[in-house]
Design a protein around this ligand. Sequence first.
Ligand SMILES: [Fe+2]
Ligand SMILES: [Fe+2]
Length: 236
Amino acid sequence: MTTTTTLAEVAAKSLGAVRTLESHGLDYCCGGKQLFDEACLAKGISPESVMQEIEQVQGANTPERNWQTAPLGELVKHIVATHHEYLKLELPALASRMEKVHEVHGARDPENLNRMADLFGSLRQEMEMHMHKEEVILFPFIEQYGQAAAQGQPMPPVPFGSIANPIAMMEREHVGAGDALGEIRALTHDYRLPPYACSTVRALYEGLQALEADLHVHIHLENNILFPRSIALERR
Ligand SMILES: [Fe+2]
Ligand SMILES: [Fe+2]
């Protein structure tokens, strides 16, 4: 590792690295371009000790799929089957929990609960459209790129000039989703349960936190691995 290594590059090493960065509140996802050393020091932690922790986690776990070298088509399938499927199940489930909480407790904290329901409603709508664009437009081209490269053929033409264009749009939408979840986290004071919390509030908060963690890994696989690898193929 050099002093110019970014958080995204450290995260791209393994899922163990992702989890370690997460446990220290280091944003490898939308803030991935930040330098690893600087981000650690800004949090008051030593970069060496974080790196050591990452190496220990890597040593302890069975080797995971190396997404830096796996065929792009395989990575696309993994993202869709693991992270898109997760969102397709969880977004509607969380929406009905949110609705129930709103119905039962709306009068107690109308301002915050309204804001949270609005934020979640637009997050859901945007993520559903976002995944649709990835699955129907961008990912099929990325799979074709991966196949062409494997067969030593030229990259197939894309209707949007360069693959970097839709990728830039997807990255902007990732920032939007990250911001919405950040705002929900702030509204709930880091998911501290309110005194009136019933089991639905608890299930809502747990579900939102799990969704945030899954989305971080999901965006990491796209922003830090899938997208740079696709752009590199086009430029080769
Ligand atoms: Fe995605
Ligand atoms: Fe995405």
